[in-house]
Design a protein around this ligand. Structure first.
Ligand code: ZN
Length: 327
């Protein structure tokens, strides 16, 4: 049988507990008590009054003008204490660090995940007024850039390659005054420098020793070369040799071009250049024309501004160049 003992002290404690629970906010029932309590536990940051300006105001008293000083004030809450309390006492510092890390990794993911690669096709045999029209430029492939980086060019472009091969070898029948068979050839892959190097299998770093898709000149030669060195040009023979060497740093070739499988196309004959990066944002450095530019050593210009500038520079300074000058 369970024996129950009554202790007078326990009864008092229990009664006191009930009393406190029945009115838990009695110690902070007034504003004065609340401020006092928050002050004591150190979480009250009181605003302080700051003088803005002191002026003499006048008023009439018994027919006489009396000037009285008037101080204009404002309340100021010191942010140093607010931030310190928030970061330190509310343990928000860790939360912020975690959140920032998450944001950073998510934003990186976001950028790479949303970057798309697109391949469009157009027919160069159309007259310019037709070929430049958007309705005559057709989307062939649309893929996530991150997928190309991860799975490689073969995985992305093999379908396009077999389609182009079909168009070239089998062809399509067109009804035009009877049935006509049309065959198509891939004549040019036109992308910017980095895009071309990526999808054609050349070095993707333009700081590499062999970074040119047209020739085998090394970095030092490329930096000083003013005229084309014919024996350095890439061709079908030396391309095959370079592929056999299979060494990016010795050849500038990362992998066999996937478009190699198209009979009429050879990557060394893909004479597509990138005027924006090569000329307008590349070798066409604008001259120094203002004090500010002199201070910074260069003028920043967009590709279209540079295009405009180099077009008209000859008209601006042409008369100052002697007629017999080689320039
Ligand atoms: Zn070159």
């Amino acid at each position: 049988m369970l024996e129950v003992k009554y202790d007078i002290n326990h009864t008092k404690d229990i009664l006191l507990m009930f009393d406190q629970l029945s009115n838990p906010f009695s110690s902070i029932s007034s504003e004065h008590l609340r401020f006092k309590t928050f002050d004591e536990i150190g979480i009250l940051i009181r605003p302080r009054l700051v003088d803005i300006e002191c002026r003499l105001n006048y008023r009439m008293k018994a027919g006489r003008v009396i000037f009285e000083p008037k101080v204009f004030q404002m309340s100021f809450v010191p942010l140093r204490y607010v931030l310190k309390t928030m970061l330190q006492d509310c343990n928000l510092f860790e939360v912020i660090i975690e959140f920032m890390n998450r944001l950073e990794s998510n934003s990186n993911k976001c950028v790479s995940n949303n970057k798309l690669g697109a391949i469009y096709t157009s027919l160069p045999c159309l007259p310019p007024e037709y070929s430049s029209s958007l309705e005559n430029i057709f989307l062939a492939c649309l893929f996530k850039s991150v997928n190309r980086q991860e799975f490689g060019n073969r995985a992305i472009f093999s379908e396009l390659v077999s389609e182009l091969n079909f168009l070239e070898v089998t062809g399509i029948d067109i009804l035009y005054d009877g049935e006509i068979k049309f065959f198509f050839s891939l004549v040019l892959i036109l992308v910017d420098n980095l895009g071309l190097h990526s999808i054609l299998g050349f070095s993707e770093s333009f700081m590499a020793n062999f970074s040119c898709r047209f020739c085998k000149s090394n970095k030092s030669d490329c930096n000083h070369q003013l005229v084309q060195i014919d024996e350095n040009l890439r061709n079908e023979v030396n391309y095959t040799t370079a592929i056999a060497i299979n060494n990016l740093s010795l050849t500038g070739i990362k992998e066999l071009c996937i478009f190699y499988e198209i009979q009429s196309f050879h990557v060394t004959k893909n004479y597509a250049v990138d005027i924006m990066h090569d000329i307008l944002e590349g070798v066409c450095k604008p001259p120094l024309i203002s004090n500010d530019s002199l201070k910074h050593g260069s003028i920043k210009m967009s590709a279209s501004e540079t295009l405009c500038f180099i077009k008209y520079l000859t008209l601006i300074v042409g008369e100052l160049v002697p007629l017999n000058s080689e320039f």
